[in-house]
Write a protein that binds this ligand. Structure first.
Ligand code: PLP
Length: 417
């Protein structure tokens, strides 16, 4: 008998299912290899593309990065990230909305992914469960598995596709009956894949609920906010306003933020971000820095020095900050134009879609998303099948390809039923 795997039983079977997004990217490569002239609609991956199909970037980032001396790019970064980087990441994240009376801290991570990993690794014991949304960015499950953490899902929308907090509350309460700590991942604004953003009213409902839950149970309540798309949901300052609502939290409640330079500075491959948090107690924040620095050392050691220096440089220079803001707004305007057309046409043709307010993706509920995506591939339309529907990476679809897309999808969905 040939040995199939030399891995431990804990690792058995890992990775045998291909990543759903990268599997589609592979199919696109194959289609292009078979016919270099084929016209493809690529709505697969969450990377912004410009109108020519090239990767959307901030030119100021490109210019400033190339000016950096070799030692800044290539030397080790410090494990937690330099104090200047951490302050820049905190300032960029809050932009004036750090809750009053709190001390903020950050630890550098490889992208938002690293921050989510630190949340699951350091706020739950192995075997405990993290609360994840039913519609979600699939790697949350992968990270949980890697951390030895179980998953439970809360339902984001009711049967009429209307956002609700009912399931979030029920699941949060239930989990604290079984565990001494709860960690819930909330991906807002511009949720991947639906584009839903919690409203101020949603937060005005949830924040008091969690405060009370922490006070009533005396257990640890952790809200993990994945804010990857915060810059692409209308006015970026307004999108941050809700952060200022987390005032007067009980001492056993903490908010954790995943900051991603991939999305905010379009440097996906440079792998940079931070886990950021705030608390009224300096000791809690010192512990926050210690635990995450320790875990960083044991996982990836340190972050991308060049990317960290880039943020420091841009943040310290008002002119560069202004250029980055203008260039980011220009890409957002393109994204919004595409989404506006899709949303209007979806309405026109009666295509059912999840409530979209911003971000890189639009989601279309369906009972057989795999069949829908397979059929669309025959028409050279490449989208991603998720558990409860089809995801359109509208960030990647040039404006000229958007008209008619909703109706093509509707036709296929109707055919499949
Ligand atoms: N969270 C969500 C919802 C995402 O969609 C992504 C990337 O697609 C990330 C986090 C992490 O991105 P990165 O690790 O590149 O910052």
């Amino acid at each position: 008998m040939a040995i199939q795997s030399m891995a431990s039983s804990r690792a058995a079977g890992k990775g045998s299912e291909p990543d759903s997004v990268f599997a589609v990217v592979e199919r696109i490569r194959e289609a292009r290899r078979l016919d270099p002239n084929v016209v493809i609609l690529d709505g697969s991956i969450g990377a912004m593309r410009d109108e020519s199909g090239a990767l959307g970037i901030l030119p100021v980032v490109d210019e400033e990065y190339r000016k950096m001396p070799a030692d800044l790019l290539m030397d080790y970064a410090s494990i937690a990230g330099s104090p200047a980087f951490l302050q820049a990441a905190i300032d960029y994240t809050f932009q004036g909305f750090q809750p009053e009376g709190t001390i903020a801290a950050a630890v550098a991570t490889p992208g938002g992914t690293g921050a989510i990993r630190l949340m699951m690794a350091n706020y739950l014991n192995p075997g405990e469960a993290v609360l994840l949304p039913d519609w979600m960015w699939a790697p949350y499950n992968t990270i949980a598995q890697e951390c030895g953490v179980k998953t439970e899902n809360y339902q984001l929308f009711d049967e009429n596709l209307k956002f609700m907090t009912k399931s979030i509350k029920e699941k949060s309460k239930a989990i604290l009956e079984k565990q001494d700590s709860m960690l819930i991942i909330l991906n807002t604004p511009g949720h991947n894949p639906t584009g839903y953003s919690f409203s101020e009213a949603d937060w005005a409902d949830l924040i008091p609920f969690y405060k009370k839950l922490a006070l009533d149970t005396g257990k640890k309540v952790l809200l993990g906010l994945d804010i990857a798309y915060i810059d692409y949901c209308g006015d970026p300052i307004e999108s941050r306003r809700f952060l200022g609502m987390f005032t007067d939290l009980p001492e056993n409640m903490q908010v954790l933020l995943a900051f991603s330079m991939s999305k905010s500075f379009f440097v996906y491959g440079m792998r940079s971000g931070a886990i950021i948090s705030f608390h009224q107690d300096a000791g809690v924040m010192k512990d926050f820095s210690n635990i995450h620095s320790f875990s960083a050392r044991g996982a990836w050691s340190n972050g991308n020095h060049g990317a960290q220096e880039l943020l420091v440089k841009i943040s310290a220079d008002a002119e560069l900050t202004k250029r980055a803001d203008i260039e980011r707004r220009a890409l957002y305007a393109v994204l919004k134009d595409r989404a506006d057309i899709f949303v209007a046409e979806a309405k026109e043709v009666g295509l059912n879609m999840m409530p979209y307010y911003g971000g890189f993706f639009i989601a279309l509920p369906h009972s057989n998303p795999k069949a829908v995506c397979a059929k669309l591939m025959d028409k050279n339309i490449f989208l991603v099948a998720m558990g409860k529907g089809v995801r359109v990476a509208i960030c990647a679809v040039p404006l000229k390809q958007v008209p008619g897309l909703a109706s093509s999808i509707k036709e296929v969905m109707d055919e499949i039923g």
